[in-house]
Ligand binder design. Structure first.
Ligand code: HEM
Length: 193
């Protein structure tokens, strides 16, 4: 028996906890309340723990799913940004640990600025991962049941990935037109510019 994709079941924890940690520390800085400081610290710590599990599950899913162009590029970019995100999360948690141990009344502006960067990266990571699944159907057995046509949905992730790789990606993969004429495997070409 094959395991279903496990990464999608875990990703919500680090995403939600990074958001909560940032706003709790911001609220602590504005209000000076200890309860917000506690929330900020523990949320970030648990975000790191669940973030590590998310990376492992993402990698485990990636290596056992069939990868054809353009998915190879998409998942590679998602993995690289995931590793950058993880590095920033480790740095920020170590920093937060020192602030906690020193019993400082609030986090510094520099810490909040780095936290905002992590937050933006997390939102991008979550959005991009969602596009891979909901627009491209990565890891999904049944497809073309979304709120918009595959071509329209896939044009967003193709445009964003083009910024990083400089390649053009075919869209409308998995639409009735492409599946009737031989399916969506093998015909998905990425071209260099
Ligand atoms: C080594 C790093 C990572 C790899 C290799 C990876 C791989 C994948 C893969 C293969 C998928 C497709 C769904 C599946 O079959 O699991 C996916 C989806 C997704 N990923 Fe990642 N991922 C990584 C890191 C992350 C991180 C750090 C986050 C967020 C904090 C994240 C957020 C998402 C989201 C939100 C989805 C869409 C899930 C859904 O709603 O179905 N990924 N990722």
């Amino acid at each position: 028996m094959q395991l279903p994709p496990i990464h999608p079941a875990i990703v919500h924890f680090p995403i939600a906890l990074i958001v909560v940690a940032f706003f709790a520390d911001l609220a602590a800085r504005i209000s000076g309340r200890q309860s917000f400081r506690n929330l900020g610290f523990w949320s970030l710590l648990i975000a790191l723990g669940t973030g590590v599990l998310t990376l492992i599950a993402g990698y485990a899913d990636m290596v056992r799913l069939p990868l054809s162009a353009p998915m190879t590029d998409y998942v590679r970019l998602h993995m690289i940004s995931g590793l950058i995100l993880a590095t920033l999360l480790i740095v920020l948690t170590a920093w937060r640990w020192r602030i906690w141990k020193a019993q400082l009344p609030a986090v510094s502006r520099a810490f909040l600025g780095t936290g905002a960067l992590l937050l933006l990266l997390t939102l991008f990571q979550g959005w991009y991962g969602g596009e891979m699944v909901y627009s491209e159907g990565f890891g999904v057995a049944a497809a073309d049941k979304g709120p918009e046509s595959p071509g329209k949905a896939q044009s967003r992730i193709a445009a964003v990935t083009h910024v990083f790789t400089g390649k053009d990606y075919e869209t409308a993969i998995g639409s009735p037109a492409t599946t009737q004429t031989g399916g969506n495997t093998g015909s998905n070409k990425a071209t260099n510019h």
